[in-house]
Design a protein around this ligand. Structure first.
Ligand code: HEM
Length: 388
């Protein structure tokens, strides 16, 4: 087993979860200082106990940011105060409620036809990379519409958000950190400008934050996280979904015939087996014991969200859309911070899969080789999905 020499940023060798669960379910990684928690029951127990396990480190840069790079961020007024994912204080409840108002099940469902139209517009005949032509920008366009945010330069927003993911969850060199910080700073400045110009009477997220009297620093921090989390993850889901389902031509054929429930089942199975958010962090608030390992207060934990624990899922490595217990996965977290966009992400996955399969029943991957992968501490997905 390779648990003693883990490289959490190695795209070709993701952590050996089976080995970790069996031999070292709460494993200290000296390279990052993180404690890797890999058993489903432990991960769920941690997420379910916000008193013993705080979310404060959820958005902390895993590669330390040196002072000159911090100055780049500071000059842009950049800060990430506790708002949603990184907020263990009582202010979390009201901010969560405000954002949830934009993501009610009825509101999300009302976007189904729009998602199908946006998907259909992006489908062309001939060889194409479905990551670049479809998965990359569709979730961003959808999110802006769901949040009522208009006049957005989508390519710029995508560039800012991919840079931010790498800055906070990647392992960049110092030169690269400078570039990424400049981009993150630009994004933050744009948010601040938009928030300052927002009307409290507006029906958009910026207006709602202003109407509530949210200080600009807090509002910008919230929007920074939400505008990244609300679309980069779904881009990753769409790419993984298309790549993996296309590796099962029988499933693709059944999807093209519109078999009821199959698209939703494929989405769930991909979320379980290869979630876009592979890990999430917590911090112990007091000494605790997990799977027999004693942890001190202040221990940073890396929770493994991939749903392949054989204690929970039979034959966990197999791709079996429709397995009865698929929804037990933790791809959207659990408890107080459970993902607010789970319904929207599921809908986007389902509608896109159905739309593409119906339009191209004979679609296949251009190559059976594994695709190049995005591999950050917490995010993993194909970077291209070439098809013919
Ligand atoms: C496949 C796509 C997505 C995945 C895999 C995903 C995953 C996650 C995970 C693992 C968490 C942390 C949960 C926890 O700490 O227990 C989270 C939180 C969150 N997600 Fe998502 N997410 C996705 C899409 C979205 C979308 C589309 C939105 C918004 C429209 C969104 C908004 C949020 C927010 C606001 C939080 C923080 C909630 C809180 O702290 O109260 N996510 N997500």
């Amino acid at each position: 087993m390779r648990t003693t020499q883990l490289d959490l940023f190695d795209a070709d060798q993701p952590p050996d979860l089976r080995g970790l669960r069996a031999e070292s379910p709460v494993h200290h990684d000296p390279a990052t200082g993180l404690w890797l928690v890999s058993r489903h029951a432990d991960v769920r127990a941690v997420l379910a106990d916000p008193e013993a396990f705080h979310p404060d480190n959820a958005l902390t840069a895993i590669t330390p940011v040196p002072r000159p790079v911090l100055r780049v961020l500071a000059r842009a007024g950049f800060s990430l105060p506790p708002t949603l994912a990184n907020n263990g204080t009582p202010t979390h409840t009201a901010l969560r409620r405000l954002v949830a108002g934009f993501l009610t099940p009825a509101r999300v469902a009302s976007f189904a036809d729009r998602i199908a139209d946006l998907c259909a517009e992006r489908l062309v005949d001939g060889p194409v990379d479905l990551h670049a032509s479809l998965a990359r920008d569709l979730p961003c366009v959808v999110l802006m519409e769901v949040l009522g945010i208009r006049d957005v330069d989508v390519p710029a927003l995508k560039a800012w958000s991919t840079a931010s993911l790498e800055l906070f969850w990647g392992n960049p060199s110092v030169d690269r950190q400078h570039e990424l910080a400049a981009s993150a700073g630009e994004f933050h400045r744009w948010l601040t400008t938009r928030l300052r110009a927002a009307s409290p009477a507006g029906d958009d997220l910026f207006g709602a934050l202003v109407a509530r009297g949210t200080p600009v620093r807090e509002a910008a921090g919230l929007c920074y996280f939400l505008l990244i989390a609300g679309q980069e993850t779904t881009t990753q889901l769409l790419s993984t979904l298309l790549d993996r389902v296309l590796r099962h031509p029988d499933v693709w054929h059944r999807l093209s015939l519109d078999e009821p429930g199959l698209a939703a089942a494929c989405v769930e199975e991909v979320l379980r087996r290869e979630p876009p958010v592979t890990t999430w962090r917590r911090l112990t608030s007091r000494p605790v014991e997990l799977s027999g390992v004693r942890l001190p207060a202040g221990a940073p934990l890396l929770l493994m969200l991939t749903g392949t624990d054989p204690e929970v899922f039979a034959d966990p490595e197999s791709f079996c859309p429709g397995r009865p217990d698929a929804r037990k996965h933790l791809a959207f977290g659990y408890g107080r911070h459970f993902c607010l966009g789970a319904g929207l992400a599921r809908l986007e996955g389902e509608v896109v899969l159905r739309t593409v399969a119906r339009r191209f029943p004979a679609l296949r991957l251009a190559s059976v080789e594994p695709p190049p992968m995005l591999n950050l501490l917490s995010f993993r997905a194909p970077l291209s999905v070439p098809v013919v």
